[in-house]
Design a protein around this ligand. Structure first.
Ligand code: NAD
Ligand code: UGA
Length: 466
């Protein structure tokens, strides 16, 4: 008989743990869900009485939290207690690219995963189902199992892989109506029972045919594969955007023309200044590293090209700005509209804006940043993390401004780095009037109405157009 789950713990209250557990709690009022994290400030923010202040900005998330928090959804730093009480424990901690030692710059750093496994092993007194929610290299469950099963304390563990496919900015929609939920587990009877216990949780709101079950390794590898395919589409269309600029073809028209082929499909064909976000690059580097570690050179090189193309796309956008501004941006003011890696999120991890800014700062440009959701401190943190120059120089060259019109005032050029909807509705005549002339716009998101801007007098460059 499959055990009915009544108590869930999730380790990691970040962009995945917070929203996924909030939705599980919302949809399963009879299950107590406790999200734990070592980061006290983050947990305090999740517990802020004003749901506007929760640490993750996602449309609709505040309402879900308001509905479930205090009823059956709890945020805490007492990790041991939550582990002890739970029947099912999700591990949703960060798995960044390693910054040291072997695999530096490529492999996923699994130290946080291992710490979680060791803590679960130390604390547990009753049987647990441990669910990998983080994105992990294929065969990680083997290591997690090895740690858990060698404790000798008589506790039985089942390990499941349940990767998350939500995209930031649409997390709540994605969680409410996922294309699919993927659950991998052991093929043994106990493994199948554990899978069923998690299927029963999701089946409260996800149609059963959308809940896919596989073995552990297929599930782990499917997550890396999904991200690699998605990123590959962006790099593919971006590679053609450059060819469009040389040939008079328009990348948006090309995308529409191929996207209507039902075998290709219309999604993820939007040319841009390059993909960002905490996962695409990290997960592909990890895939490349795994392939190399098995000696699969051609496989590794194939996927690495997705990253190479993305780096090229970011760099050539910055180069285009410098070249167009008469080969010098030194001392000029460039306004950045957008800093987040996509619209509707306050997340800036690996945002293309950071790298474009860094290239322009090498050329001694002055940059004024406006983003509706990203705070000033984050912009400096992102730039300082690159270690390209002392922090005080970044502070000198970059200003973060909370009024877009002010950010654009006296600028030589505006660069669109994020596709925030509000940019489309600005009073572009007013912006033009207050800029240095000629007034340039570099649209890295094919967002703005080029015809209208040209009528006003702007000189406009859009990715993927001649
Ligand atoms: P995040 O950095 O926002 O959150 C991770 C949290 O885990 C942090 O708050 C950190 O303090 C906490 N943590 C780390 N070690 C801990 C420990 N030992 N005990 C308690 N807490 C600990 O990361 P994220 O964006 O939520 O990503 C988490 C995982 O999910 C990653 O593997 C990522 O690849 C994957 N993922 C992310 C997304 C996304 O959109 N961000 C989507 C799908 C999958
Ligand atoms: C992505 C995947 O879409 C999720 O399924 C996955 O769960 C997640 O990674 C993860 O594992 O972290 P996310 O990075 O949040 O989600 O956002 P996306 O919508 O995928 O966008 C990623 C980047 O690609 C953004 O910078 C976006 O602007 C860019 N992009 C996306 C394009 O440039 N063009 C497109 O057509 C689509």
């Amino acid at each position: 008989m499959t055990k009915k789950i009544t108590n869930i713990c999730c380790i990691g209250a970040g962009y995945v743990g917070g929203p996924t557990m909030s939705v599980i709690a919302q949809k399963c009022p009879d299950i107590k869900v406790t999200v734990v994290d070592l980061n006290q400030a983050r947990i305090d923010a999740w517990n802020d009485p004003d749901t506007e202040n929760i640490p993750v900005y996602e449309p609709g998330l505040d309402k879900v939290v308001a509905e479930a928090r205090g009823r059956n959804l709890f945020f805490s730093t007492d990790v041991d207690k939550a582990i002890d009480e739970a029947e099912m424990i999700f591990i949703s901690v960060n798995t960044p690219t390693k910054t040291y030692g072997s695999g530096k710059g490529m492999a996923a750093d699994l130290k946080y995963i291992e710490l979680c496994a060791r803590q679960i092993a130390r604390v547990s007194k009753t049987d647990k189902i441990v669910v990998e929610k983080s994105t992990l290299p294929v065969r990680t469950a083997e290591a997690v199992k090895s740690i858990l099963l060698n404790t000798g304390n008589g506790v039985n563990y089942q390990i499941l892989s349940n990767p998350e496919f939500l995209a930031e900015g649409t997390a709540i929609e994605d969680l409410h109506a996922p294309d699919r939920v993927l659950i991998g587990g052991d093929t043994t009877e106990e493994g199948q029972e554990a899978i069923q216990a998690l299927v029963d949780v999701y089946a409260r709101w996800v149609p059963r045919e959308r809940i896919l079950t596989t073995n552990l390794w297929s599930s782990e590898l499917s997550k890396l594969t999904a991200n690699a395919f998605l990123a590959q589409r962006v790099s593919s269309i971006n590679s053609l955007s450059e060819l469009c600029e040389h040939t008079g073809a328009d990348v948006s028209e090309v995308a529409r023309s191929i996207g209507t082929d039902s075998r290709i499909g219309p999604k993820f064909l939007k040319s841009s200044v390059g993909f960002g976000g905490s996962c695409f690059q990290k997960d592909i580097l990890n895939l490349v590293y795994i392939a190399r570690s098995y000696g699969l050179r051609e496989v590794a090189d194939y996927w690495e090209q997705v990253i190479i193309m993305n780096d090229h796309q970011k760099r050539r956008f910055a180069n285009k700005i410098v070249k167009t501004l008469y080969n010098t941006v030194s001392g000029k003011k460039i306004a950045f509209l957008g800093w987040a890696f996509k619209k509707d999120t306050n997340d800036t991890r690996e945002s293309a804006a950071i790298y474009v800014a860094d290239d322009l700062l090498h050329e001694q440009a002055g940059i004024a940043v406006y983003d509706p959701k990203v705070p000033e401190s984050q912009v400096y943190e992102d730039l300082n993390y690159l270690n390209s120059r002392p922090g005080d120089i970044n502070k000198q060259l970059v200003t973060v401004i909370t009024d877009p019109y002010e950010a654009c005032k006296d600028a030589h050029a505006i660069a669109i780095l994020t596709e925030w909807d509000e940019f489309k509705d600005y009073d572009w005549q007013r912006i033009f009037d207050n800029m240095k002339k000629p007034a340039f716009v570099f649209d890295g998101r094919t967002l703005l109405n080029v015809k209208q801007l040209r009528e006003i007098g702007f000189k406009v460059y859009t990715i993927g157009r001649e």
